[in-house]
Design a protein around this ligand. Structure first.
Ligand SMILES: Cc1cc2nc3c(=O)[nH]c(=O)nc-3n(C[C@H](O)[C@H](O)[C@H](O)COP(=O)(O)O)c2cc1C
Length: 276
């Protein structure tokens, strides 16, 4: 899974290869596995694969405003539209994306550029489909719009380590000395995807406690957006951090510290406690 974090990249341009029956089985096995995994706030979700053609059981293609090309299938999930559910959705959906990456599928987190109405016909009350992913095999060359989106979001770049990660007591930036295992795990957070590559995650280290904060991007997304997309980003960050911990053989638990400080206009979300 750690290698999958380093390999994953948003793919919006697919080749025309269809997904074989064998590959559909692989995808469904991954989805079934993650339907019984809980996020840090204890929620679980249902996920679904569907082909993207008029002959599929849903009988519709999913509109993506011209952003995606030749997508053979999509994966989606359903969650309640509140902050903690969205963090958990981000956490689990990222693990699904990494498992798919491990199996050589290409993907792209999509929280905005898909016609959500197509998906949201049968939902109850407060439920939404916060984000979906195309699944398939990348084309050799990206389309112009794909390249344009990557360039606008500066998708190949990330903020520098010391901007994102600091000491909880002194607020001194942490240095990316990668001999330190915790810094290795934070580097995996830094490599992760986020909506429009805004990277709103901030992490403060207090000995064996790692406090995750959300530094919201002002006026992003627009007020008319139907949910808190940056809650997904935090879930992704916590997910990648735990992938690192598991890779290095650490045990950990999650808890909410009701006395956590408010720091630098950021919102405290959750603490990961590392058991030595
Ligand atoms: C929660 C979330 C929502 C996203 N929504 C979209 C989207 O609607 N359309 C899109 O083209 N890319 C979307 N992205 C992809 C980001 O633009 C991309 O992850 C970021 O630019 C970094 O590039 P990389 O994934 O190739 O590392 C989304 C990513 C995340 C994490």
């Amino acid at each position: 899974m750690r290698d999958a974090i380093l390999k994953r990249v948003s793919t919006r341009t697919y080749n025309k290869q269809q997904i074989s029956g064998e590959d559909v089985k692989k995808i469904n096995n991954i989805l079934v596995k993650y339907e019984s995994v809980k996020g840090p706030f204890d929620h679980m979700f249902k996920f679904k694969f569907r082909f993207n053609d008029l002959k599929s059981q849903d009988g519709k293609k999913i509109g993506t405003y011209g952003v995606l090309r030749h997508v053979p299938g999509f994966i989606s999930g359903i969650c309640d539209n509140d902050f903690e559910n969205l963090v958990d959705y981000g956490y689990i959906f990222e693990k699904i994306i990494l498992e798919l990456t491990k199996e050589n599928f290409d993907t792209c987190w999509l929280g905005g550029t898909f016609k959500r109405k197509t998906y949201e016909v049968k939902l109850n009350g407060n439920e939404i489909v916060p984000a979906i992913t195309p699944v398939g095999y990348k084309a050799q060359k990206r389309t112009m719009i794909d390249r344009f989106i990557r360039k606008t979001a500066e998708s190949d770049n990330r903020k520098i380590f010391c901007t994102l990660f600091k000491d909880y007591n002194t607020f001194e930036p942490l240095s990316d000395t990668l001999e330190n295992p915790i810094m290795q795990c934070l580097e995996l957070v830094r490599k992760g995807p986020s909506a429009s590559n805004k990277q709103p995650w901030r992490v403060y280290l207090n000995n064996d406690e790692v406090l995750f904060y959300l530094k919201r991007t002002q006026r992003y997304p627009s007020d008319s957006f139907p949910y808190d997309i940056q809650a997904l980003d935090i879930g992704i960050a916590i997910s990648n951090f735990t992938v690192g911990l598991e890779h290095l053989g650490y045990k950990y638990s999650f808890y909410k510290d009701n006395k956590a400080k408010t720091i630098d206009f950021s919102e405290y979300v959750l603490t990961v406690k590392i058991d030595k």
